[in-house]
Design a protein around this ligand. Structure first.
Ligand SMILES: Cc1cc2nc3c(=O)[nH]c(=O)nc-3n(C[C@H](O)[C@H](O)[C@H](O)COP(=O)(O)OP(=O)(O)OC[C@H]3O[C@@H](n4cnc5c(N)ncnc54)[C@H](O)[C@@H]3O)c2cc1C
Length: 313
């Protein structure tokens, strides 16, 4: 691993930070350390970086804004790649081409200013374009699948390929990328509709107020923990089970929104995980329903990254 890190630095493949605390890069503000975080400058760097990581069979993880991940407290014995430099945007008529590292909230405001509608749902989602594509992020009945025209990715053979909306296999909080964890989204082409900036802004403002009123936005969290089971609301189930305010260490089921777990200060990732496990067990006993975690569980013993949104069994 040390040799690999030295090689990455020697080859000038972008900024490299060693032994970083993952908690500084996740909205839960939890997670152990990582051997190195790399910030490739461009697509060429990224492909070179992936090539040497893969040749040495080192594990890697593409991290967006860390707003939908729960890393364990243990050392991540691999490389985290952040695409902060993939932040270009080009708006032409109703088409936006945007880099994977571009913040979604900023993008929704750019679209509003350009009088393009379709991204209003994203104005309160604190992720990046890459993370939103991976998760098919959405709200208010809308999601990325409704606006993505195509996505440029780097595939397992380190080729750049453009996938159509259909090829991305979007469904509820899911995309093709969740079945190919070594694919990297580098940019997306979005197709929006022409609209009126003031009307779009009014919708966004109204939704922001609604979020402020119903979500614990002043405390670290990673948004909704569980996917809604068919015909049910995870938050309502958790509330009915009397788990609002349930805490382990400094982690707590939000008293404002039961499908959020908040970090009340120095919580450990294991505190959050214990709450998740408790909720799952109780939901199974009370409702006979296996709640599925929406957030990605990373670097947990016995939990495969691929299955992190499904079940740990
Ligand atoms: C307060 C709050 C409110 C939220 N509200 C919503 C909401 O309304 N709707 C909703 O859907 N989500 C919501 N979320 C969750 C989260 O913001 C979204 O899932 C978001 O899309 C995650 O983006 P990210 O960049 O933070 O991804 P990360 O959390 O960094 O990563 C998530 C997954 O995407 C993968 N990934 C990231 N970038 C790439 C890439 N370039 N290529 C390949 N894989 C990649 C990662 O490897 C990881 O598996 C909320 C979160 C918070 C904290």
């Amino acid at each position: 691993m040390q040799d690999l890190i030295k090689e990455i630095i020697a080859r000038h493949l972008g900024k490299v930070l060693i032994n970083e605390k993952i908690s500084n890069y996740t909205t839960y503000r939890v997670g152990g350390k990582v051997r190195a975080i790399c910030f490739p400058k461009d697509e060429k760097d990224l492909i070179e970086l992936l090539k040497i990581i893969k040749e040495r069979k080192i594990k890697f993880f593409i991290l967006g804004n860390g707003s939908n991940v729960l890393f364990s407290d243990s050392m991540y014995d691999g490389i985290i790649i952040k695409l902060d430099n993939f932040n270009k945007i080009n708006i032409q008529d109703n088409i936006i081409e945007v880099g994977a590292g571009y913040p979604l909230v900023k993008l929704s405001r750019d679209a509003m200013r350009a009088a393009l509608k379709g991204l209003e749902f994203a104005s309160g989602i604190p992720g990046t374009v890459g993370g939103a594509v991976f998760m098919n992020a959405g709200a208010y009945g809308e999601d990325m699948s409704k606006i993505v025209h195509s996505v440029r990715i780097i595939n397992s053979d380190l080729e750049i390929v453009e996938l159509t909306n259909q090829e991305m296999q979007f469904s509820y909080r899911t995309s093709l990328l969740q079945n190919h964890l070594d694919y990297v989204c580098i940019s997306a082409k979005l197709e929006l509709e022409k609209g009126n900036s003031e009307e779009i802004e009014a919708i966004m403002n109204e939704r922001r107020e609604k979020r402020r009123a119903t979500q614990p936005l002043t405390l670290p969290s990673a948004g909704s923990v569980f996917r809604n089971p068919q015909g049910m609301y995870a938050g309502q189930m958790i509330e009915e089970m009397g788990l609002k305010g349930f805490s382990v260490g400094k982690a707590e089921v939000s008293t404002k929104h039961a499908n959020f777990i908040v970090n009340n200060g120095n919580a450990k990732a294991s505190d959050i995980k214990k709450i998740i496990d408790t909720i799952k067990t109780k939901a199974l006993n009370k409702y006979g329903v296996k709640l599925r975690v929406e957030q990605r569980l990373i670097n947990w013993v016995g939990v495969s990254e691929k299955e992190s949104d499904k079940d740990e069994d």
